[in-house]
Design a protein around this ligand. Structure first.
Ligand code: NAP
Ligand code: MG
Length: 398
């Protein structure tokens, strides 16, 4: 059988630990037998990041901007223990953070639905994708523990010396105070990433804030979204038959619980942090969650939402059998290959991505799965496969 040809290479970002092992097996057993795989390879494994003083991460992000589509393996974000374990020169920053900052992107997380793994919320029939704004608010706050009676003021001094001053509170005893900020430019980028992704996946977009209470701060988010939508996306949305819908966060939460799914929910930084954990646990498993970074310029980086599965890796190093779920990593590859197929007008490449996803889901639906899913499935007597055994079962179906 002739292999499917590619035109433009994918940016391939290799990673660490158990996911690095899975990465190679997916390529060898599920992709390379069918696709004449073209990639520009960047090794973001921790050893290589340390050797290059993390320049490799920046190069990979720049390549993504140039080529348009990347697929990334999970990587270690070093902490003190990792500095010792790997003898690092420095506690390098999170590669995801570095890449996100360079591409100015928004992360969209969506669950992978399969028969036999039921969401806790029984009316959720289609994925709910969460888009979290990744800049500012409480994550870049300034806080003071107010020691006792006194006045707290908020003051802006313009470059021209103009002043704006507001009293936050006249304290008559001790308390706390917090200052947060955001930027019109960052909110507008977030809005563009959300509108781009909604058009791309033909799903409605919801956006929610607390603008009834925060009449200036949250209201600014609402206005920026509305302005960007009207000026740049309203016609395309109408043409695609999808809707942009703004509502108060309380109302959004209530509606999400009663919805059937199949939409994108854009959230401010804190709301997105909290709601994505709720939605992903309610859908079943972090190992069944995809994640894609979309830049406002329309550049895409696909990955799994979970980490490098360190505990399984240490078992693997001891020669013990593991049962690590590769579904999210497989879907990172299929997401990237499908997008490349669309951009390069290679329908057979996009069709291959569909086939590989279908074979993966069919394997689970036939009762063959890794241990994490076997524990929560409603399928009777599931067959628990090893890391490699599960990929082999998919290869058999392919
Ligand atoms: P993790 O890799 O997500 O794993 C935490 C636990 O979740 C695992 O021990 C396992 O539970 C379960 N799990 C996660 N993915 C699974 C899979 N594919 N199949 C089966 N079970 C899975 O998080 P971590 O162990 O806290 O972090 C390890 C490293 O990953 C850290 O160095 C962190 O910096 C990095 N990380 C990277 C990313 C990224 O690159 N996007 C994201 C998060 C974390 P059991 O042990 O109960 O089987
Ligand atoms: Mg969180």
């Amino acid at each position: 059988m002739a292999k499917i040809e590619m035109k433009t290479p994918l940016v391939e970002m290799d990673g660490d630990e158990m996911t690095r092992i899975i990465w190679q097996v997916i390529k060898d057993r599920l992709i390379c037998p069918y696709v004449d795989l073209k990639t520009e390879y960047y090794d973001l494994g921790l050893k290589r990041r340390d050797e290059t003083d993390d320049a490799i991460t920046v190069e990979a992000a720049e390549a993504t901007r140039r080529l348009g589509v990347a697929v990334k393996c999970a990587t270690i974000t070093p902490n003190a223990a990792r500095v010792e374990e790997y003898g690092l020169k420095e506690m390098w920053k999170s590669p995801n953070g570095t890449i996100r900052a360079l591409l100015d992107g928004t992360v969209f997380r969506a669950p992978i639905l399969v028969k036999g793994i039921q969401p806790v919320v029984r009316n959720w029939e289609a994925p709910i994708t969460i888009a979290r704004h990744a800049y500012g608010d409480v994550y870049k706050n300034v806080e003071i523990r107010v020691p006792g009676a006194g006045k707290v003021e908020l003051m802006y001094t313009g470059e021209d010396g103009a002043e704006i001053r507001e009293t936050v509170h006249e304290f008559d005893g001790p308390g706390v105070v917090q200052g947060t900020h955001n930027l019109d430019a960052s909110i507008a980028s977030f809005a563009r990433s959300c509108f781009t992704y909604a058009l791309d996946t033909k799903q409605d977009l919801w956006f929610s804030t607390k603008d009834t209470i925060s009449k200036t701060y949250d209201h600014r988010f609402k206005d920026v979204f509305a302005d960007v939508f009207e000026a740049e996306y309203a016609d395309a949305f109408a043409e695609a038959g999808i809707e942009y819908f703004y509502t108060l966060i309380d109302d959004a939460v209530a509606r999400v619980m009663k919805a059937r799914g199949g939409f994108i929910w854009a959230c401010k930084n804190y709301d997105g942090d909290v709601m994505s954990d709720m939605v992903s646990s309610a859908f079943g498993s972090l190992a069944m969650m995809t994640s894609v970074l979309v830049s406002p310029a329309g550049v895409y980086e696909y990955e799994a939402a979970h980490g490098t599965v360190q505990r399984h890796y240490y078992k693997h190093l001891k020669g013990e059998s593991t049962s690590t779920n590769s579904v999210a990593t497989i879907f990172a590859w299929t997401g990237a290959l499908r997008k490349r197929g669309e951009l390069d007008e290679l329908p057979e490449l996009a069709a291959f991505a569909d086939r590989l996803e279908a074979a993966t889901l069919a394997t689970i639906e036939a009762g063959e799965m890794t241990g994490d899913l076997a524990r929560i499935t409603t399928i009777p007597n599931p067959k628990v496969l090893s890391t490699e055994g599960f990929i082999e079962a998919i290869a058999g179906r392919m």
